[in-house]
Design a protein around this ligand. Sequence first.
Ligand SMILES: *Cc1c(COP(=O)(O)O)cnc(C)c1O
Length: 376
Amino acid sequence: MQQDKIWLSSPHMGGNEQKYVNEAFDTNWVAPLGPNVNNFETDLEKYLNQNVFVGALSSGTAALHLGLILLGVQAGDEVICQSMTFSASANPIAYLGATPVFIDSELDTWNMCPIALEEAIKDRISKGKKPKAIIPVHLYGMPAKMDEIRAIANQYEIPILEDSAEALGSSYKGQKCGTFGDISVLSFNGNKIITTSGGGAMVTHSKELKDKAVFLSTQARDNAPHYQHSHIGYNYRMSNVCAGIGRGQMEVLDDHVHLRRKAHDFYMNFFQSIDSVKVLHEPSSDFYSNHWLTAIVLDSFEKREALRLAFESQNIETRPLWKPMHLQPVFANAPYYGKSVSEDLFNNGLCLPSGSNLSEEEFLRIEKVLSDYFTL
Ligand SMILES: *Cc1c(COP(=O)(O)O)cnc(C)c1O
């Protein structure tokens, strides 16, 4: 008989989520507004602790889309984006008829390489196309080198849209990820460190920007008794039912970070003596990762595939790293700057089960597959 599936990262409820959801039902705030939405936003603002303003939205993708709109991106513009990421970082560029310009990763954080970033900006400017925004990503929770990226962004006066979808709970030099961008984005999809079943948020440093995001996300209705519109609107606001789940999840966010970091320690320990495997880890004490997913790189594609299949045969989910966007058929024509760091990572890398809800017994099953594979 097959054993229960071990997931890469599955929803993990804390306990109070249902209480807040019931409140929504009891008070009939079953709508994309209400007390849970307001309170969830306040919880996030307090947690991020940088005098930020948070707008709760229907998804991280919606937040990225609105972020680009608020940064003034239009059809024909170019937007710089980390190549190694989930497609949702780049798709909103295409929604707007703009062109993504992809940037390779660097070896230590796997995130946007600052050197390739500057090379790209110079080259695009020399071609008469100054990029309108830069989208760095904190992959698997590992903070990108935001000091270096910010310095370049400021030098060329290009705003940053920070994709912090995977990095709620991470910090860089003591500052929480999700507060580094001119606009920043969080996701609460089912597989993320906390979930609202599906949802996201935009984080800004001004009330005015937040208000604009909320206005656009609720169909851009002008102030009039009838339906009056002077902007194109979107239906992107978060449901008050989902926000109830979010409020409960905020109570356990720190626990989840702690548990994901413990899962990461488990893998670090295991691979300590195995030279052919590299675990993505914090390059220095400047970096504090929520370790949303623990990821490893083996020394060949064949070995990576063999390990993946060994896990699969035991009903344990693992996943190759994000396939870089510049290698995706849908973005085949987009410009790309860098070398083959992200491509090599993709070929040889694997994400391992990292959920905050993994049991002792599940860790033993994982360890057994690893021990058998590496014949310890
Ligand atoms: C999950 C994710 C998104 C999209 O968030 P959704 O809430 O699923 O729309 C964007 N970028 C990255 C890097 C992600 O991991």
